[in-house]
Design a binder for this molecule. Sequence first.
Ligand SMILES: Cc1ncc(COP(=O)(O)O)c(C=O)c1O
Length: 394
Amino acid sequence: MTRSTNEDMGRKLNPRIEGLAQSAIRAMTVECAKVGGINLAQGICDTPVPHVVADAVATAVADGFNTYARCEGVEDLRRVLAKKMRAGGLDYDAETEIVVTIGATGAFQIAATALLQPGDEVILFEPFYGYHVSTLTTLGLVPRFVPMAPSASGTWTINDNALERAVGPRTRAIVVNTPANPCGKVFSRGELTGIGKFAAEHDLWIFTDEVYEHFVYDGLEHVSPAAIEGLRERTVTMSSLSKTLSVTGWRLGWMAADARWARAFAQVNDLVYVCAPTPLQVAAACGLKKLGPDYYAGLARDHQRKRDQLCAALSEAGLSPHVPQGAYYVLADSSRLPGVTAMDRAMHLLRATGLATVPGNAFHTAGRGDNLLRFCFGKTDADMNEACLRLKRL
Ligand SMILES: Cc1ncc(COP(=O)(O)O)c(C=O)c1O
């Protein structure tokens, strides 16, 4: 027997990675490119980057901000983020409680790595954001799901008994995503207070992903769990500039928590990523200083208009939408399309209209979500107009 065969027998993928299939979202993006379609699958966010942000990149590079930054992030950016969070009722110290990360994706990975141990259980609401689940499982953590149900008014509700059923002796954390991807739920202050009480009773961390914090509609309020009395100490607040500034490729996010935990987050950030891209941090800080509340209000207004446009076209096409309160996705009932699985229906829609969507089962545990497709409306007006025309012709 040759040496290499022995080595092959001993060398194999970590089983936790084997289950990490290419996400359905990326798969649909690939299928969409093959037919030159309109990609309503991935939340790429192809709306324009604000000039004050884009213009600052070349200056940052020319000014020499091209080397490693501190692992906590560029000081100027942390100060701007602290100020921005203060406007949302969150009080974090820029020096000791904020870490700039490789997107909210990096932040979530760091929080789970720093605070949890293999075998620990984490509660998530379903429909869920797949990256949350995959990040947990690749770290040897065990997701426990609490299904949400759409009500007649279109909002998604949580059943308190389901929360109690999901918790056990090894449960250590609960994930909140508000506004939520994919269902667009905006958690109310009352709901978050209830979740906070539950977390306190069972001594759980609250991991909150707020990347869509500025995409909230119908005059609703975005509430950060850490802004609720008594919750700050057990909460890790995560957000990102990806969606807010249409810079998903810059990979800039942040996490904020009590200084005791934030120090460890900076160390894990250093170990895995060293730092987020320095010139982009400098440019983002410079741009954010120039963007006022009108910019954020404009984001909500523009996307509410796109939401309404898409929901109207979906209704006309017989794909009844669950109208979202926030974020920029619509889950729509696709049962009128031919096929057995959600992927069959997504592929049918792509062939018939050139519109790529995400099969609903990508956001659910096995056997659920097959009647749903997710449509993204974080798109340019031109793409939205064309997509809605095609839907109406379906
Ligand atoms: C809920 C949620 N969290 C995080 C992300 C990724 O954020 P980032 O680009 O900051 O890593 C996304 C992107 O689609 C998302 O929908």
